[in-house]
Design a binder for this molecule. Sequence first.
Ligand SMILES: *[C@@H]1O[C@H](CO)[C@@H](O)[C@H](O)[C@H]1NC(C)=O
Ligand SMILES: *[C@@H]1O[C@H](CO)[C@@H](O)[C@H](O)[C@H]1NC(C)=O
Ligand SMILES: *[C@@H]1O[C@H](CO)[C@@H](O)[C@H](O)[C@H]1NC(C)=O
Length: 263
Amino acid sequence: MMGCHPMASCLSLTLTLFLYQLDVCVSDSHHEECPESCFCTEGINSGLVVHCSSMHLTAVPRDLPNTTQHLYLDNNLLLTIPSDAFKGLPLLFKLDLSHNRLVGLEHGAFRDLADSLRSLDLSSNLLETLDPGAFGDLRAQTNLSQNRWLCDCRLQLAMPQLLLDPSSLAEVMCNSSEPQELGAQGLPFILVATDLDFCATIRRTTDVAMLITMFGWFTMVISYLVYYIRHNQEDAIRHLEYLKSLPNRQGRYEEALTLNTWL
Ligand SMILES: *[C@@H]1O[C@H](CO)[C@@H](O)[C@H](O)[C@H]1NC(C)=O
Ligand SMILES: *[C@@H]1O[C@H](CO)[C@@H](O)[C@H](O)[C@H]1NC(C)=O
Ligand SMILES: *[C@@H]1O[C@H](CO)[C@@H](O)[C@H](O)[C@H]1NC(C)=O
């Protein structure tokens, strides 16, 4: 058995010998074996084509052989691609993730494949937006058709940061748009985005919100000032009247006079 090194995890000597006889290894690095839920065929230069299509998979298999060149994960139940899901696969150049239920791709999902991957199929999923961080420096030809693209400011800001093969982005067809009145539905995002500014309304809304907040603060300060002046005036008048009610006291009378002129 070639892929089984007598590693520490292969336990004691006798057990190792026994396992070698059975042609089974319990060590954790099955790096040249096919994952349980897939079958493998030979690719070019002793690489592997790993077929895991239609296996009801809810997660990317973790024990993929490091010689994998093509990986078919289409028609499964994947919801997301976690960060570093394809680590340690330096020969992988074709990856099919179509017909899953992908709603998102985590930051760093494909970053380990930047040097090798040439073709990525993400078609027929439930993706609404693209996070440039998921792709890293990936330059692969990427099929993005048949998703739920929400054409909005976020997508507009993400597009220029994507290094993907430029023809990939032509397949982003808007299933809905935000703001809706821009009428991007059913059109390729790349076409509409050259004429329309999806971020304009957001900027305008922010400006209005700022203005309202500032006006609110201003009103509060003014009301407080008015209240403060009124309140003190009443106090002063009350004080004055009290002093006037004691006219026979010389000192008090003078004080009242000064207060009167002061007011
Ligand atoms: C795969 O891993 C084995 C050892 O686990 C190593 O000898 C081999 O060079 C690796 N192959 C590639 C293509 O990285
Ligand atoms: C992208 O995927 C769709 C649907 O799966 C398919 O019809 C289309 O031919 C693909 N486009 C490319 C360029 O491979
Ligand atoms: C587009 O969005 C609507 C809901 O807004 C949904 O019913 C429909 O399936 C979506 N189309 C695609 C191709 O995802």
